[in-house]
Design a protein around this ligand. Structure first.
Ligand SMILES: Nc1ncnc2c1ncn2[C@@H]1O[C@H](COP(=O)(O)OP(=O)(O)OP(=O)(O)O)[C@@H](O)[C@H]1O
Ligand SMILES: [Mg+2]
Length: 433
């Protein structure tokens, strides 16, 4: 700890909080739990580091992964040039307005767009707050600040009535049976959790034949079927109990994978389940079975992103075209589905070319994955992911680009985009007052 830091004593006064998470002090009993997110803080003073440490130990932080370091915005900038950015980044700065904006410009170059940035400053300046918020900072808090105030502010980022849910739903559907849609869903979920460092839940909706449990070598007895059977008790606690934890950041809501019971998926119940999950986890991957029922249509229509996997053959082409047309019409203001051409380039097999596929369907395949019996067969038999079996394979490469495309997250050390950057650059160039 440096000398300067020691001079600043923690003072629990009336902290000034601006922005999304600003709540009502004194009502902490009502503050919602913080979702399964990653939070990283870079402080300049010991007082703030101590308050953040205290907040991180609060029960409402128990599901979040929190990491607190010293060094302020400069250290954060250095750190994220090599590491994936968290869901929430808290930075402390003792600089005045212009100095702080200049530091944030640097940080913006290495910070993902989806990261919520909270700035703790030492200048009580409404103009600075407005500038920061219009440029994408979620909140500006003026020190000194208490641990309870931190808990309240971070919780408020996700729990205020007008706050967007923390999670996004990515639905994976095959254009026909057996095209590799589940394999892609599981691998993309694994990459997002292990390499892009975001918490993920994979929900396997293929109740009778689902393979999520098998592919991750998990032998769970409960999962999505129990949730679907309890429409009156659906809350975060129930879903938490039904999740199978595969790793620190990846959990499954497994399908029974059995045919001794008849399962019905009720549209409304499924919608509630997915909504509960997306309020507690940033990435929700939905593995759709190859069926066309009202709940399937509804789930695809309502997903944040849809990934359609097709093989280069005529039945896949027809079905993919139908699916894309339906989704484009049903969600005109959303992004187009991503199209993956899987099991391509099988030797001697006549195939429909990627360009003909694109021409007929009206969207270019985002990724083309070759047929690779050895890598896929080994992964499937061992309950491993493609990245574990063949990290340098074309398939692993394709899955990585798909994971980055769909999630909008970047690999550690690769170029990032954060909307604060260009705007702040403009601002500081003009010397904004
Ligand atoms: N590019 C590929 N090369 C070789 N094998 C592959 C490839 N992609 C997937 N597979 C294999 O194809 C089989 C079917 O994959 P998967 O279960 O993911 O398909 P699906 O579209 O989900 O099928 P379903 O319609 O049953 O849900 C698996 O054994 C998988 O390992
Ligand atoms: Mg499947």
């Amino acid at each position: 700890m440096n000398d300067q830091a020691e001079k600043i004593e923690p003072q629990i006064g009336e902290p000034q909080v601006f922005g999304d998470g600003a709540g009502q002090p004194g009502k902490l009993g009502l503050v919602a739990d913080i979702p399964r997110i990653s939070i990283q803080a870079f402080c300049e003073t010991e007082a703030i580091a101590t308050a953040l440490q205290g907040a991180a130990e609060d029960r409402r932080f128990s599901k979040a992964h929190t990491n607190i370091q010293l060094g302020g915005i400069a250290a954060a900038t250095e750190w994220f040039s090599q590491a994936a950015t968290p869901n929430v980044l808290i930075v402390e700065s003792r600089a005045m307005r212009d100095g702080m904006l200049a530091e944030l410009v640097q940080l913006a170059q290495v910070c993902d767009e989806s990261t919520k940035v909270v700035v703790i400053g030492h200048v009580n300046d409404v103009l600075l707050y407005r500038t920061l918020v219009t440029q994408g900072v979620s909140e500006y808090i003026v020190a000194p600040i208490s641990e309870l105030q931190i808990v309240e502010s971070i919780s408020g980022l996700f729990s205020k009535p007008d706050a967007a849910p923390v999670g996004r739903i990515f639905a994976f559907a095959g254009a026909k049976g057996g095209v590799g849609s589940s394999t892609l869903a599981h691998n993309v979920g694994w990459i997002i959790s292990e390499i892009l460092s975001d918490d993920v839940v994979i929900a396997d909706l293929d109740l009778a034949y689902g393979t999520a449990g098998l592919n991750f070598n998990q032998d769970s007895t409960q999962g999505i079927a129990e949730a679907l059977g309890a429409p009156d008790r659906l809350d975060e606690m129930l879903i938490d109990r039904l999740l199978t934890k595969c790793s620190e950041r990846l959990s499954l809501l497994t399908a029974p994978g059995a045919i001794d019971r008849d399962f019905q998926i009720e549209n409304e119940t499924l919608e509630i389940i997915l909504d509960v999950i997306r309020h507690s986890v940033p990435t929700v991957i939905v593995d759709m079975p190859n069926v066309w029922e009202p709940w399937a249509r509804q789930t695809l229509t309502k997903a944040d992103e849809v990934v359609i996997t097709a093989t280069p053959e005529i039945a896949s082409l027809r079905n993919a075209k139908n699916l894309v047309e339906l989704l484009k019409a049903a969600r005109p203001n959303d992004s187009e589905p991503y199209l993956v051409l899987n099991m391509a380039a099988v030797p001697k097999r006549p195939e429909i070319s990627a360009s003909d596929f694109a021409k007929t369907i009206g969207i270019e395949p985002s990724v083309i994955i070759p047929y690779d019996a050895i890598t896929f067969g080994t992964a499937s038999n061992n309950g491993q992911m493609i990245f574990e079996v063949g990290p340098k394979s074309k398939a692993a490469e394709g899955m990585m680009s798909l994971a980055k495309l769909v999630s909008g997250r970047s690999e550690p050390g690769k170029s990032k985009k954060f909307n604060l950057g260009p705007l702040l650059k403009k601002l500081t160039r003009k010397g904004t007052k």
